[in-house]
Design a protein around this ligand. Structure first.
Ligand SMILES: Nc1ncnc2c1ncn2[C@@H]1O[C@H](COP(=O)(O)OP(=O)(O)OP(=O)(O)O)[C@@H](O)[C@H]1O
Ligand SMILES: [Mg+2]
Length: 141
């Protein structure tokens, strides 16, 4: 387990840019309370892959972005938010497993604990916690 402490939104975005350089799995699960930085780190991961317009997928469950980084095996970033998900069948119906099984996709899942039964065992989990200072986040991977 590695622990990071960030002291601003920008630091969490930068952490995402750094972590994206060497993920050992193509499935990354983000867990932690509302406003803890899950979408922020996803924006940083997107930056690394040349994607500048990541926004929270809360109302659509899943958004797919084409990466713009030529020398990477990752061609798509699939951003999923399970917060409002009521039945997991909905995700299976839109092809979650097919996306996961294609290594050209990097899957980033907010509120991943809700679907951890369906996620591969090599999934990387990142946990977010609020800290005493309102701009501080404790991020463990
Ligand atoms: N160190 C920090 N890292 C990330 N965000 C921070 C930090 N300090 C303050 N913030 C603020 O916290 C909020 C984080 O929002 P973000 O959408 O990333 O959270 P989230 O975990 O995705 O929440 P949700 O569960 O609602 O999707 C932003 O408003 C951001 O400005
Ligand atoms: Mg979010």
């Amino acid at each position: 387990m590695v622990k990071y402490i960030t002291k601003s939104l920008d630091e969490t975005i930068s952490l995402g840019e750094k972590l994206a350089q060497n993920f050992k799995s193509n499935v990354v699960g983000l867990n932690g309370e509302l406003g803890s930085g899950k979408t922020a780190i996803t924006k940083g991961i997107g930056n690394y892959f040349g994607i500048k317009n990541i926004t929270s997928p809360t109302f659509v469950v899943m958004k797919i972005y084409k990466t713009l980084k030529n020398n990477s095996k990752i061609k798509n970033l699939v951003h999923i938010d399970c917060y409002r998900l009521e039945t997991y069948d909905a995700l299976l119906d839109i092809g979650l497993m097919d996306y996961i099984n294609d290594e050209k996709n990097l899957i980033i899942i907010e509120w991943a604990n809700k679907i951890s039964d369906y996620l591969p065992k090599q999934t990387i989990y990142v946990n977010f916690k609020l800290a005493n200072n309102e701009n501080e986040r404790i991020i463990e991977m």
